[in-house]
Design a protein around this ligand. Structure first.
Ligand code: GNR
Ligand code: NI
Length: 173
């Protein structure tokens, strides 16, 4: 299995809308396996395909604690319903390394998706799972958690990341 490179903001790819997947085959499952490995390696609790530069509506999530792994693959995920009550989590993003902010989202949601085998499934997400799945579906629509912050805070984070990227480029030259 291969670990892929995660794309860091600012990058226009992260702002693109991903395309629906038409068929669930072995090639797609290979990509999902690679995404999972990349996510575990990072480490993170979720990853959207766009974060490795693939504009497909595909996400992997594993919010379980180390030992017992419980990966969930979601193909073409759609939010069916969202609760009115909200919850706040401190969010991070593998595409925004070192940046964190408290984000308010619906506390619960119902998701429709295709699983690893291409079977239609539903998931009632609560707690961290609800936050994570909404964070990932946002990625599929070109949305990052910093988009929910004030322009001032958002610009500050983008500036910091831009600076880090420049320094990184200088170091590898
Ligand atoms: O690893 C991750 N942790 C996290 C914490 C709080 C809310 C959302 C997340 S998702 C993030 C991985 C990631 O960037 N997924 O797109
Ligand atoms: Ni993210």
């Amino acid at each position: 299995m291969t670990k892929r490179t995660i794309i860091i903001e600012p990058d226009p790819i992260l702002r693109k809308k991903s395309d629906a997947i038409e068929k669930v085959d072995d090639e797609l499952r290979k990509l999902m396996d690679e995404m999972l490995e990349t996510m575990y390696e990072a480490p993170g609790i979720g990853l959207a395909a766009v974060q490795i530069g693939i504009l497909k509506r595909l996400i992997v999530i594993d919010i379980s604690k180390e030992e017992k792994k419980n990966p969930i693959f979601l193909i073409n995920p759609e939010i069916i319903t969202k609760s009115k009550n909200k919850s706040v989590y401190e969010e991070g993003c593998l595409s925004l390394p070192g940046q964190f902010a408290e984000i308010e989202r619906p506390a619960e949601c119902l998701i429709k998706y295709l699983d690893y085998q291409g079977k239609q499934k539903e998931l009632k997400a609560t707690g961290l799972m609800a936050t994570c799945v909404q964070h990932e579906i946002d990625h599929l629509n070109g949305v990052l958690f910093i988009d929910y912050l004030s322009k001032l805070k958002k610009d500050m984070i983008i500036k910091r990341l831009q600076k880090k990227k420049k320094e990184f480029k200088k170091n590898i030259l």
